[in-house]
Design a binder for this molecule. Structure first.
Ligand code: SF4
Length: 288
């Protein structure tokens, strides 16, 4: 008798809960569609979820609505129950960073772990066969990660084909290479510029976090100013400085970023663009 493939084994597991986290990004969305079309038995059983930080772009919610309609199943919205500002206060106004990624732990991973509890769980992850990422996923013993794209050999082009034949590519990919919070510190300089152009009010909000006056608690005087401003989202400078650098580069190259004057469809440009930086360890739950 032929040996069962990993996906056949997983499909036959009726004892575990099956979950698939959608980040609002292209790979997890393509995975959900792939599961629906290729493994309908898993699709029937799988619980789709989205860990909502409350700081996502409107485009992400629009895309999730589309996806929900296509999948014909509800996408459960998980939440830490409090806004980012609350957690920031608890962290003493210390902005999260790649090294201190408390945001993911508190606002994404913890709600996910509470959602699955102690049940045996199979979680489907959209890492592709042509990439080498580890990312940041839960390491609880009852949670077993499976990688259908890797087992079935799907690469970047396949992901674009799946999306173009179904729900399309999320709109924010025109100017941003990942989903996640509008202030995410993993953004590159030109993505901060994209945020400023596409969502000026969110850019101003991100900037305001950097300008917060730092305080400390004094036993005699209560809360007192420490002097100086808070932290920056990037070690390379304030968001204004990052945007200025991106604009300068744009001018030097003679390029004015515009979504209207693109010579080809932006989807085609994206298809061949290098957006999968192997050094990029943005959390999978946020951006995959
Ligand atoms: S998207 Fe970025 S800022 Fe938001 S939780 Fe993930 S790592 Fe943190």
């Amino acid at each position: 008798m032929a040996k069962k493939t990993i996906m056949q084994t997983v499909q036959g597991d009726t004892q575990s809960r099956h979950v698939l986290g959608l980040s609002g990004g292209k790979d997890s969305a393509a995975l959900a569609i792939y599961i629906k079309d290729r493994y309908p038995d898993i699709h029937k059983r799988v619980e789709y979820f989205f860990s909502d930080t409350g700081a996502e772009l409107k485009e992400v919610y629009d895309f999730l609505d589309k996806l929900e309609a296509y999948l014909g199943k509800e996408i459960t919205k998980l939440s830490s129950g409090k806004p980012f500002e609350h957690w920031l206060k608890i962290q003493n106004q210390y902005l999260p960073s790649a090294k201190q990624r408390w945001c993911t732990r508190v606002m994404k991973i913890k709600p996910f772990e509470e959602f699955v509890g102690d049940d045996p769980v199979i979680t489907y992850i959209g890492i592709r066969a042509d990439e080498n990422r580890e990312g940041y996923i839960s390491h609880k013993a009852n949670i077993k990660a499976v990688f259908p794209f890797i087992y079935d050999g799907l690469v970047r082009d396949d992901i674009f084909n799946i999306l173009e034949d179904s729900v399309g590519i999320p709109e924010y990919y025109k100017w941003r290479s990942r989903s996640g919070c509008y202030f995410c510190f993993f953004q590159r300089q030109d993505e901060w510029l994209g945020l400023k152009r596409n969502h000026p009010e969110l850019f101003e909000k991100a900037k305001a976090f950097e300008q917060q006056v730092r305080k400390k608690y004094d036993w005699k005087d209560g809360e007192v100013d420490v002097g100086g401003h808070g932290y920056t989202w990037s070690s390379q400078g304030t968001v204004d400085e990052l945007v200025a650098k991106a604009e300068k580069r744009e001018k030097e190259r003679g390029i004015v970023a515009s979504t209207e004057t693109l010579p080809e469809r932006w989807q085609d440009i994206l298809r061949v663009a290098e957006d999968d930086d192997p050094e990029d360890q943005a959390c999978l739950i946020c951006s995959l």
